[in-house]
Write a protein that binds this ligand. Sequence first.
Ligand SMILES: [Fe+2]
Length: 288
Amino acid sequence: MQLGGHVQLGRFEHTLEAVAGRAPAVRVAMLESSSATPVGPGRVKLVQVLDGDGPPPVPAGQAWGEVGVCEICLHVRNVQEVHDALVAGGCASLMEPTSADVPPTGITLDIAYVADPWGTKLELIEWTGLWRSLPGPPRAEGVNHVAFGVTDMERTRAFYARLGFTELLFESVEFFDPMAPWFEAPWYDPGNLPAQHMTMPMPAQGAAIEPVVLDPPGHDCRGAWGHLGPMDFGIRVTNLDAAAARLASDGVQLHGAPQSLDVGSGEWRYIYFVEPDGNYVQLVEARY
Ligand SMILES: [Fe+2]
């Protein structure tokens, strides 16, 4: 099965400043799906720390929803077939395909989870009640959303609303039972799991975010920048200098000055900023 032709846009080595607390040498590859759609538009960035002891380890005991990035979600056409193809290809299944609908509007969806080779929780979603995807064979599209843990939902919603994430696709406060096997001792009491407050704010275009608050709070799973598994995300802008100036004027702390990388066929610019819980988040302007 063809799961979507991925095109490597840029590959380079550079020294990352500021955000990691040191300057690791890293290799970065940005992958864009040729099957991207408006509901699966986002790209995947691969990061490999090359120096020191290599990539830092996955944060210990991460279940889902602790502070830190906890999943990448691809929109797909036909969750069951894409899930089965990935499992046949060697991925571990973390959640068998299931259907649900989400409050408050009852929008329906099909989901499943697999693990990538480094343990990343990779969600596969088809928003059947929102967008049935374009015609064609079962396939993965681009990133639909990224999920990350926070400690104060109201504060996070207000912060990301200023970045354009204003349309609430769903909000739930119940623990999502199919995730229960991920919450293991000694980090959690499997008989007394935390409540999960999930929301999904969408921008007018582009991928969404899924901030999550656990109650009681989980432990800090941000880990060192560059660690294995999901660890940061970028928000694309059309003018990095203007966007960074806007954040700064809003009182958001920036990590240094905008960085610019020659990727051969163009330029990739980024700047990290301090979000409310210290998750690793950047603005990105891609000129290629
Ligand atoms: Fe998700």
